[in-house]
Design a protein around this ligand. Structure first.
Ligand code: ADP
Ligand code: TRP
Length: 331
């Protein structure tokens, strides 16, 4: 936060890819802090549909996912009166800035990016777009001259790359961009069903809006060890307990930990408790989502207004950038 220009409002920005149903990792790692931060600064949150093109190449699927993510965020507490909420692709200036950044960025910086290597190792095609991804992300952040970027742990390197790119640009053309900082949530790595980081690409997720049998089945499939029912268990080593702690009060956490340690308490019982907690925790949001989904045109209207506001900012930045690099204003 130290890079914030004195007197200016704290500009907070984050993006989420519309690449599938949002899960507990997304919620506790990112979305919850996005919602909380709405009271602490001027927030810009967007749906990163241009980034999603690196994985989704089906127009209908992309459209449906964008709408789903928008409804999810609104249902979980995003307030469009307070926060600028928009689609990344509705601000085309961001791709122009990405190109300009590409011309001041060395190949080595991108070659060191873990996310590219991980994604290719997991079987995603090694497209130029996937390699270029961090530059587009830098443009997303810097075009709104953001100070703070709330993300999960896996995005830290992208913010570091963004700071490097801002530095290269400022050094070459003069100080235009503040160096943004990341902010991690209290749950930077939420474990999935198998204990690895919860992620769509590992197929180990529990969706935020899952309910009933679907939710129960997921919870019951959480991997636990083979300690017999009667034996005492170590709560800290159990994924069910770790997930329960995200939802429960400190007293409830202590109570469950004591049951584990006492023995005679099985993982099945802990799973049932986690299932019930999840049903209750997101009940209101689920209800709200159903209501929002029934209002025709609501999502489009909110995203349209958000894009208008975001675009004003983007254009103002691009006017400075074009002048600095020697390009004319667009006719
Ligand atoms: P996924 O890994 O499922 O593809 P994304 O990469 O789209 O998820 O992540 C969107 C946001 O949610 C990012 O800020 C990311 O850091 C956060 N996030 C995703 N999974 C987790 C997790 N298991 N724990 C904490 N944060 C997470
Ligand atoms: N790469 C981020 C993710 O996968 C999404 C994203 C795109 C983003 N642009 C951003 C996040 C700018 C923060 C700021 O989660």
């Amino acid at each position: 936060m130290s890079t914030q220009a004195s007197g200016s409002c704290l500009r907070i920005l984050s993006g989420v890819q519309p690449s599938g149903k949002l899960h507990l990792g997304n919620y506790f790692g990112a979305i919850r802090q996005h919602i909380e931060l709405q009271r602490q600064g001027e927030c810009f949150y967007f749906i990163a549909d241009l980034h999603a093109l690196t994985t989704i190449q089906n127009a209908n699927e992309l459209q449906a996912n964008v709408r789903d993510v928008a409804l999810d965020y609104l249902a979980l507490g995003l307030d469009p009166q307070r926060t600028v909420f928009f689609r990344q692709s509705d601000v085309p200036e961001v791709t122009e800035l990405a190109w300009i950044f590409a011309t001041v960025t060395g190949m080595g910086l991108l070659e060191r990016a873990h996310s590219y290597k991980d994604k290719v190792a997991r079987g995603l095609p090694a497209s130029v777009g996937l390699f270029f991804y961090p530059i587009l992300m830098a443009a997303d952040i810097l075009i709104y001259r953001s100070h703070l970027v709330p993300v999960g742990q896996d995005q830290i390197q992208h913010i570091e790359i963004t700071r490097d790119i801002a530095g290269y640009f400022n050094h070459t053309y003069g100080e235009i961009f503040p160096l943004p900082e990341y902010r991690l949530s209290e749950a930077p790595i939420v474990p999935g069903l198998d204990g690895k980081k919860m992620s769509k690409s590992y197929g180990n997720t529990i969706e935020i809006f899952a309910t009933g049998q679907e939710l129960r089945k997921k919870v019951m499939s959480i991997v636990t060890d083979s300690t017999p029912l009667d034996a005492p268990k170590d709560p800290e080593k159990c994924n069910v307990y770790k997930l329960y702690c995200l939802l429960a009060t400190p007293e409830e956490q202590q109570e469950l930990a004591a049951k584990y340690r006492a023995g005679g308490f099985g993982y099945g019982q802990a799973k049932q408790m986690l299932y019930e907690k999840l049903e209750g925790y997101f009940a209101q949001a689920r209800q709200r989502r159903q209501e929002l989904a029934r209002e025709p045109g609501l999502v489009d209207e909110i995203l349209r207004r958000g894009a208008q506001r975001a675009r004003e900012e983007a254009r103002a930045t691009m006017a400075l950038v074009r002048r600095a690099v020697g390009l004319n204003p667009p006719p």
